[in-house]
Design a protein around this ligand. Structure first.
Ligand code: ZN
Length: 332
């Protein structure tokens, strides 16, 4: 598979980079300004990345040396892995939220995830096999992310001027704790990163470094916020562009309401580990990494149910159990 380039508005391009894992492509965006170019996300740092970006940028009359600014939606490898490499070549300034910068820096510092994240998941009952499978994938993601330094941190509502266009950085946490999307008010274009995707619901990431972060509540808040924007076309990081933003927001919120209800009904009156509740919902035939994703999904919904007072937690011998607080009939 090769990279593709498509002009989505005058001087604004979508550069699609093929991915090795699960998803077909990550879409990154390039905005021209005079003889330079700014990028929104960069794809992972793989042996093929350099030649793909070189040929993609050549097609829009630029080179990697011409990249002067890179804006990053979030810390995941498929979005920012190559940014540090581009910076080495062009001295581009890298802009992102401080939360995501810390997540990238932490991933490199705790270079073996099994030690840093293992203890966190273990207390919720995740088994060793899944912890190994999950942390092996995360370690591979970290090694495809080039480290970088920056002090250009974007706050919510930051306005960015590129080639006569205005991009507004919008804080849209949920998929990650510091996710940013970029809105172009004049053209009503929304570069959504992984905040909203056409066919899949992004997985929601709890942050072991910030246990009070509620991914689901933040995600729903982000969706409700972006739903109110005048948007003609959403350009996501995965999947094709789409127009009906409010319709897609509605579908995703309904999905999570159903999923939360199913999770609630799967919690019993006697305390249980998250891993047991997850197996009741998803079965136990999933492979290691998928088992980890299922566990994560369950955990995120349990956290939300706990916040809403519907379930309680108890800690026994360093392990955390959940139980139902509200009688089933009282649930709405
Ligand atoms: Zn992501």
């Amino acid at each position: 598979m090769k990279e593709t380039v498509q002009e989505i508005a005058p001087g604004l391009y979508r550069i699609s980079i093929p991915l090795a894992f699960g998803l077909d492509f990550v879409h990154t965006y390039a905005a021209l300004e005079q003889d330079r170019v700014a990028l929104f996300d960069t794809g992972p740092s793989l042996p093929s990345s350099f030649s793909m970006y070189k040929s993609a940028l050549a097609r829009i009359g630029r080179s990697i040396e011409d990249v002067d600014r890179i804006f990053i939606t979030h810390s995941h490898v498929d979005h920012c892995g190559f940014a540090g490499r581009i910076k080495e070549i062009s001295e581009a300034r890298i802009f992102l939220s401080e939360v995501e910068f810390e997540a990238i820096t932490r991933a490199h510092r705790d270079h073996r995830k099994i030690e840093s994240i293992g203890n966190f998941w273990r207390q919720y009952g995740l088994d060793e096999k899944t912890i190994v499978a999950f942390s092996t994938v995360l370690d591979a993601f970290t090694s495809a992310t080039a480290p970088f330094l920056t002090n250009h941190f974007l706050n919510d509502g930051a306005l960015i001027k590129i080639g006569g266009r205005t991009f507004c950085a919008l804080f849209t946490p949920g998929h990650t704790r510091g996710h940013l999307s970029f809105y172009l008010p004049e053209e009503q274009i929304f570069l959504s990163g992984d905040c909203i995707l056409p066919h899949i619901t992004p997985n929601l990431s709890p942050d072991p470094a910030c246990p009070t972060f509620l991914p689901l509540e933040n995600f729903i808040g982000s969706l409700e916020r972006i739903r109110a924007l005048p948007v003609k076309t959403v350009y996501p990081a995965h999947g094709e562009p789409f127009e009906d933003l409010p319709g897609r927001v509605k579908e995703i919120i309904e999905h999570h309401i159903q999923r939360k209800d199913l999770t609630w009904r799967s919690v019993s009156n006697t305390p249980q580990l998250t891993s047991e509740i997850s197996k009741r919902i998803f079965g136990d035939s999933l492979s290691g990494f998928d088992q980890g994703l299922a566990f994560n999904e369950t955990y995120v919904h349990l956290l939300q149910l706990e916040k809403e007072g519907k379930i309680g937690r108890s800690q026994i011998n360093g392990r955390i159990f959940f139980y139902q607080k509200e009688p089933r009939g009282a649930h709405h």
